[in-house]
Design a protein around this ligand. Structure first.
Ligand code: NDP
Length: 449
């Protein structure tokens, strides 16, 4: 609950102005609830209007994306870029192509990104963008035409020192390639304006794996430090079967866990023998198939329609890696009933506020997304450094840096939870640690009149 009068006033004003944006308000409320002790200790934040400024994007760009489908028919989608906060660096955050994309979803993602990027320790501001375009079922040529049209407008608003987008749901190597090609054609320059690029043209090793690997590095460190435990011998349930889920499965398995379930937006597979990852990589990364096919080819595995049932599978560790609000109160209770002791988030805001209450009430080690999935953007930051140097670091070098960053994020988050008087509440810790650096910078940089 928000009890501080200053924060209550800011939230109420924001809720009145953005009543139709539930995801955005959910993300803001969580942060404001967490930072109450900080705001009380630092009167300069209220004096400098830091919180009312931080909840308002610096700039939002909405644009038409016209393109022609394979039948020659003109299609129109809506494109967005939310440039939320540039206090500590150029705007940085992914592009999402999914039919559910709207201003509320992108504002929540952009807002979260401010604190996540701050937690990485790298100089990156927060942003997010995308379109209500669904790449699923489209031909490569249709995706290319869409990406080119999208970038034709977006290119006017981004740049290596201004705003550096990356991938997210529905935007992988193929889409980044088409968008980068178009940016280069339009601007006649070869710069690090996007991250997640191909390895032959400025991409960084480990960027593809980074979010999933980083999630497991954080989880392993948290298990070590908070429970004197590890992934070894643990049963793991992971939702999604996209970029984050695949590389979380790979690292969790390498660390000694057994991943028994994956999903997509239609349903989930349960394989008590442990997920056959090479098959999933081929299915999802090469053939762009559905997870249902897994059960058709793996004796002992079963397929279940619908996404929610995945949380009823007994497990020790759950790593939600699909989308926002995928675990509600009922699913959180099902996880507890199934023996789950750890929930660390690969997806952004996958747990509803009610689900988080269930985790905290039941002593679950809960790792919030802005800390646990920061490995992706951190490695994007490393890609930007390599682009600036015109050098490529080795896999081992980048992976080592990623491990160090994730361990630091855990410790900074944990220490901040202690400072806030809520030891072990990593949600409060992540919000406070992420906010502090940006808030102090906003005070230092003054207000533009
Ligand atoms: P992908 O597009 O590669 O994969 C997304 C996966 O989630 C797919 O299996 C997809 O199934 C499933 N999914 C998407 N929407 C829904 C839905 N509404 N209900 C159920 N399942 C759904 O995306 P990523 O793996 O890149 O992203 C997954 C999550 O991780 C997102 O929340 C993203 O914001 C977050 N994230 C990603 C980062 C990255 O580096 N890629 C960095 C930090 C966070 P289907 O194929 O059926 O749509």
């Amino acid at each position: 609950m928000i009890t501080n009068e200053y924060l209550k006033g800011v939230y109420e004003g924001l809720a009145a102005r953005n009543a139709a944006e539930p995801e955005f308000l959910q993300a803001v409320r969580e942060v404001l609830e967490s930072i109450q002790p900080l705001v009380e200790r630092h009167p300069e934040y209220e004096k400098n209007g830091v919180v009312e400024r931080i909840v308002e994007p610096e700039r939002m760009i909405f644009f038409r994306v016209p393109w022609v489908d394979d039948n020659g028919k003109v299609q129109v989608n809506r494109g967005y870029r939310v440039q939320f906060n540039s206090a500590i660096g150029p705007y940085k955050g992914g592009l999402r192509f999914h039919p559910t994309v709207n201003a509320s979803v992108l504002k929540f993602l952009g807002f979260e990104q401010i604190f996540k990027n701050s937690l990485t320790g790298l100089p990156m501001g927060g942003g997010k963008g995308g379109a209500d375009f669904d790449p699923k079922g489209k031909s490569d040529m249709e995706v290319m035409r869409f990406c080119q049209s999208f970038m034709t407008e977006l290119s006017k608003h981004i740049g290596q020192f201004t705003d550096v987008p990356a991938g997210d749901i529905g935007v992988g190597a193929r889409e980044i390639g088409y968008m980068y090609g178009q940016y280069k054609r339009l601007r006649n320059e070869f710069t690090g304006v996007l991250t997640g690029k191909g390895l032959k043209w400025g991409g960084s090793l480990v960027r593809t794996e980074a979010t999933g690997y980083g999630l497991c590095y954080f989880t392993e460190e948290a298990l070590n430090c908070m429970k004197n435990d590890s992934f070894k011998g643990k049963t793991v349930v992971i939702s999604g079967s996209g970029n984050v889920a695949i590389y979380a499965t790979e690292k969790a398995t390498q660390l000694g866990g057994k991943v028994v379930a994956l999903s997509d937006s239609n349903g989930y597979v349960y394989d008590p023998n442990g997920i056959d990852l090479p098959y999933v990589k081929d299915l999802k990364e090469v053939r762009r198939g559905r997870i249902k096919e897994y059960a058709e080819t793996h004796p002992g595995a079963t397929y279940h329609e619908g996404c929610k049932g995945i949380w009823t599978i007994p497990c020790d560790i759950a790593l939600p890696c699909a989308t926002q609000n995928e675990i509600d109160e009922e699913s959180a209770k099902a996880l507890v009933a199934g023996g789950c002791k750890v929930v660390c988030e690969g997806a952004n805001m996958p747990s509803t506020p009610e689900a988080i209450e269930v985790y905290l009430a039941n002593g679950i080690l809960y790792g919030p997304a802005k800390a646990t999935n920061a490995g992706g953007v951190a490695t994007s930051g490393l890609e930007m450094s390599q682009n600036s140097e015109r050098l490529s670091w080795t896999f081992e070098e980048v992976d080592q840096k990623l491990q160090t960053i994730m361990k630091n994020i855990f410790h900074n988050t944990y220490d901040a939870s202690v400072e806030a008087g809520q030891e072990g509440n990593l949600m409060v810790g992540a919000n406070c640690a992420g906010f502090l650096k940006v808030a102090d910078t906003m005070v230092a940089q003054g207000i533009a009149y």
